[in-house]
Write a new protein. Structure first.
Length: 715
C-alpha cells in the first residue's frame, strides 16, 4: 500500500515532505491539494516526492494518486510561533580572514556552510532570523574551518509546548460497545495554564477515516467519525473495520507534539509511541568497533570472545558503531578521523576484515544468549564518496543523477581543498553537512533512493534488535515514520519489539511522533559537561532532568543518558575523575537509559583509543559495575519520582554539590553528587542510611555525609 502514512502536525512555514510509501521508482505518482484554508496559496508540484509549505493555519487535505488508488493525507498547520534569533560575534576573535568568507551554520540550516552570511557592523558580525523557541547550537567559521571556528548555543525563549498522552478503553452497554479515547493534556511545567485551559484536537488516521465515517453508528458524529467532547472522543466499536488509529494534539500558546492510540476491532488497545518493554530498566553500552578488542586487531570472532565481559558488567543493550564495508575502515589508522565506519561503500555486506556475515550473526547469537540486545548503526543520511552510486552520479550517469543533490558551484560554498583536488573547473557541488566533504547526503526526493534505503532496512532488521540511526536529523520525518512502521510490524517477533534510537542534536520532540523510541538526551549531556567544568551550579542538574518537559517532550519519551560517545572528548579528560564519577552516577540515578561508552568504566582518556583491558582503572570499573547492579535490582532508580533534597555544605564548595531523591512509594533513595575537588561534608534535611549502596562503604553519621564524588543512600 502506497498510502503516505499518518497525519502531520506542523506550523505555518514548515516544510512538509510528501512521499508514497513502498516506493517504486518505475511507477507513476501524483500529488494534489484537495482542500486548504481559504486564504492559502500553497501549492505542490507534480513529482512523486513533493514538499508542502503551509502559508496559513488550518487543515490541508492532500491526495496522492498511486498505482493502488488515491490516498488522502491530512496536514494540520498551526500558527507561526517564531521568535527573533540574534547572534553577535566579535570579528577580532576570528583568525585573519576576508569578511566574505565568514559563515554562520546552525541547527535550523542543518550546519550547511554558505547559506547564512552574517553582516559586519562595527567590527561585530551579526546574524538575525526568526525561529521557533528552543535551543540552537551554532558555529561561526571562516570558510568551513569548523575546528578553528567558534561554537556555542543560543536559547530562544517562548511559550512552553503543552503535552498530551492518549489512552482508550471500551465501555459496554446493553445495546452497544463504545470506544472512549481520553487525552491527558498537560501544560508546560512552568506554565500558568491549567489542563482544562488547553484545547485538544483529535484526528482519525486517514487510512481509517473512510471506513469509520461510512458506518451507520458514526453518521451523527463529526467529519472524522468521532464524537468529541473536550478532552474525550467516542465512537462505536462496531464502526471499527480492522483497526482505528487516532492522533491528538494539545494546543495552548503553541501546539504540542502529537500522540497516538490504536484500537483493534476486538477492542484491544495499543499505544504505538511506546518503546519495547525490554528497554525498561536497561543499561546500554557503546562499542567503537575498531578499538574495543585492543591493538591485536578486531574481528567478529574476537568481539564474540568478549561477550562474557559485557554479561559480567550487566549490559542489556549493545550499540556497535558501523560494521559494514567503508572507506575509513579500509584505510585503518590512516583515515583522517580513524576507522570510524560512517563512510559506507557497501550496505549489504559486512566489512571483510571483520569476518563474514555468518561471523556477525554468530556474535549476535552469543549476545542474545547472554541476554544482550544488539543495535546496528544505521547510516542512511549519507554515503561515502567512494560509494558506486555517488561516483556514477558525479560523472552524470542518468540512473544515479538524482540520488544526490547537486548545486551549481556559483551558488554554493566550495572549499579550497575541493578546488585543488579537481582536475578541471568545479561546476557543481553536492549537498553535505559541516565540513563533511567525504560524506555526500542522499537525496530523499528520489524514489530510487527511498527504495534502496528501505532495502537496506530490510536487509539488517531481522538480524538485530534495533537501529541506532546516525544523523537522524538529516533524514525526513516522513521517511522515519515509514521505517518505524516497517520494522515494528514486519521485522519484530513481537509487534513493536524492535528499537529505534535517534541521533538528533539537539534533541527534538517531533522525533517521538511515531518515529523513535529512545533519544539522545543532549540537554542532560550539555548540562553535565557545564556542571563538570564548573560553569553551572550542580543544583541545575534537576532543571536539566526536567528540561524534556519544558521542551514539550511526552512522558513516554525515553532519554538516553550519557556523558561520553565516539564523537566527543572524554568527560574524564575534560572534567576530571571525581566529576566523571558524579556524572556517571547521575546517568544511572535519573530516569532514562544510561549508556556507558567503552573505556568509560576503565578510565580511558582518548576518545577512540584501544580499550585498556590490562591497565585500566579497576576501582572505577568496580564502581560502574556496582551502579549497573544497583539500578538493575532497585525499582526506585528506574520508575521512582524525582525530587530535590535540601542539603547544607559545611566543607567544600556548595555550588559543586547537589542532592535528590528517587521514591517509588516502597523505597526511597537519596543521591548526593559532588563535582568538585576533595571531600565535601554535607548535612541533609532528613535521616539516611550510613552505607553507600554503590561502594558498600560507611559515609554517614546521622544526617552528615562525606562525599568525595557520589553516594547513594537508603532513606
Amino acid at each position: 500500500m502506497h498510502h503516505p502514512g499518518p497525519p502531520r502536525f506542523v506550523t505555518v512555514g514548515d516544510d512538509v515532505e510528501l512521499a508514497p510509501r513502498r516506493p517504486e521508482s518505475d511507477a507513476d505518482f501524483a500529488w494534489s491539494i484537495a482542500e486548504r484554508p481559504d486564504d492559502s496559496e500553497a501549492t505542490v508540484g507534480n513529482s512523486a516526492v513533493e514538499h508542502l509549505v503551509p502559508d496559513e493555519p488550518g487543515v490541508y487535505r492532500l491526495e496522492l494518486g498511486a498505482p493502488d488508488g488515491t490516498h488522502e493525507l491530512t496536514v494540520r498547520a498551526f500558527e507561526d510561533v517564531t521568535r527573533p534569533f540574534r547572534l553577535e560575534y566579535d570579528a577580532a576573535e576570528l583568525p585573519e580572514h576576508d569578511p566574505g568568507d565568514v559563515w554562520v551554520t546552525t541547527t535550523f540550516n542543518d550546519f550547511r556552510v554558505g547559506e547564512l552570511e552574517p553582516e559586519l557592523i562595527d567590527d561585530t558580525y551579526v546574524y538575525e532570523d526568526d525561529v521557533s523557541p528552543g535551543r540552537y547550537n551554532y558555529a561561526i567559521t571562516v570558510g568551513d574551518d569548523f575546528m578553528g571556528g567558534d561554537w556555542g548555543s543560543i536559547v530562544v525563549d517562548g511559550p512552553e509546548r503543552p503535552r498530551v498522552r492518549l489512552d482508550a478503553r471500551v465501555e459496554s452497554s446493553a445495546d452497544d460497545e463504545e470506544i472512549v479515547i481520553e487525552a491527558d493534556a498537560m501544560p508546560g511545567p512552568h506554565s500558568d495554564a491549567d489542563p482544562e485551559d488547553l484545547d485538544v484536537e483529535f484526528y482519525v488516521d486517514d487510512r481509517d477515516r473512510e471506513a469509520l465515517c461510512a458506518s451507520a453508528s458514526a453518521s451523527e458524529a463529526s467529519g472524522d467519525g468521532l464524537t468529541v467532547d473536550g478532552h474525550e472522543a467516542r465512537c462505536s466499536l462496531d464502526a471499527v473495520d480492522d483497526q482505528l488509529r487516532v492522533h491528538a494534539v494539545t494546543v495552548g500558546e503553541r501546539p504540542g507534539v502529537s500522540d497516538t492510540v490504536r484500537i483493534e476491532s476486538d477492542g484491544s488497545v495499543a499505544r504505538p509511541n511506546e518503546p519495547p518493554e525490554w528497554l525498561d530498566g536497561a543499561t546500554m553500552y557503546e562499542i567503537y568497533v575498531r578499538s574495543f578488542v585492543g591493538d591485536s586487531g578486531v574481528t567478529f570472532e574476537r568481539l564474540e570472545e568478549r561477550v562474557p565481559y559485557l554479561e559480567w558488567l550487566g549490559i542489556d543493550v549493545l550499540w556497535l558503531t558501523p560494521i559494514l564495508e567503508s572507506r575509513s575502515a579500509a584505510q585503518g589508522e590512516d583515515a583522517e578521523h580513524g576507522p570510524h565506519g560512517y563512510d559506507i561503500v557497501d550496505y549489504f555486506d559486512v566489512a571483510p576484515d571483520l569476518g563474514t556475515r555468518a561471523d556477525f550473526e554468530s556474535f549476535v547469537d552469543s549476545c542474545h544468549d547472554a541476554g544482550i540486545h544488539v543495535l546496528f548503526d544505521l547510516v542512511i543520511n549519507h554515503t561515502s564518496r567512494e560509494h558506486p552510486a555517488f561516483q556514477q552520479s558525479a560523472r552524470g550517469v542518468a540512473e544515479y543523477d538524482d540520488w544526490f543533490t547537486w548545486v551549481d558551484a556559483d551558488d554554493a560554498f566550495v572549499s579550497e581543498d575541493v578546488r585543488e583536488q579537481s582536475t578541471g573547473d568545479v561546476e557543481r557541488v553536492y549537498d553535505h553537512y559541516f565540513d563533511w566533504w567525504t560524506l555526500p547526503n542522499l537525496n530523499y526526493d528520489s524514489l530510487a533512493v527511498r527504495e534502496h534505503v528501505l532495502d537496506i532496512v530490510d536487509e539488517w532488521a531481522d538480524t538485530v534488535d534495533g537501529f541506532r540511526c546516525d544523523v537522524a536529523w538529516g533524514v525526513p520525518h516522513g521517511f522515519w515514520k515509514e521505517v518505524r512502521q516497517r520494522v515494528k510490524t514486519e521485522h519484530s517477533a513481537v509487534d513493536g519489539d524492535f528499537l529505534l534510537l535517534d541521533e538528533t542534536v539537539p534533541r527534538d520532540p517531533h522525533y517521538g511522533e511515531l518515529e523513535f523510541d529512545l533519544h539522545y538526551d543532549t540537554g542532560h549531556y550539555y548540562g553535565l559537561r557545564e556542571i563538570g567544568r564548573g560553569e553551572r551550579p550542580a543544583d541545575d542538574l534537576l532543571d536539566v532532568a526536567e528540561s524534556p518537559a519544558v521542551d514539550g517532550i511526552r512522558e513516554d519519551y525515553v532519554p538516553m543518558r550519557y556523558v561520553d560517545n565516539h564523537d566527543e572528548d572524554r568527560y574524564v579528560e575534560e572534567c576530571g575523575r571525581d566529576a566523571l564519577v558524579a556524572a556517571v552516577t547521575a546517568t544511572f540515578a535519573l530516569p532514562g537509559v544510561p549508556m556507558v561508552y567503552y573505556g568509560q568504566e576503565t578510565g580511558l582518556r582518548e576518545t577512540r583509543a584501544d580499550m585498556n583491558w590490562v591497565n585500566g582503572d579497576r576501582a572505577l570499573s568496580r564502581r560502574v559495575k556496582s551502579l549497573i547492579d544497583l539500578r538493575a535490582s532497585t525499582a526506585a532508580l528506574v520508575d521512582g519520582s524525582v525530587e530535590a533534597v535540601d542539603c547544607d555544605v559545611s566543607v567544600g564548595d556548595d555550588e559543586r554539590v547537589t542532592a535528590f531523591a528517587r521514591d517509588d512509594g516502597e523505597q526511597r533513595l537519596v543521591v548526593v553528587l559532588h563535582f568538585g575537588e576533595g571531600t565535601a561534608e554535607v548535612e541533609l534535611s532528613g535521616p539516611v542510611g550510613e552505607t553507600d549502596l554503590v561502594t558498600g562503604e560507611p559515609v554517614a553519621e546521622g544526617t552528615t555525609i562525606s562525599v568525595a564524588n557520589a553516594v547513594v543512600l537508603a532513606a
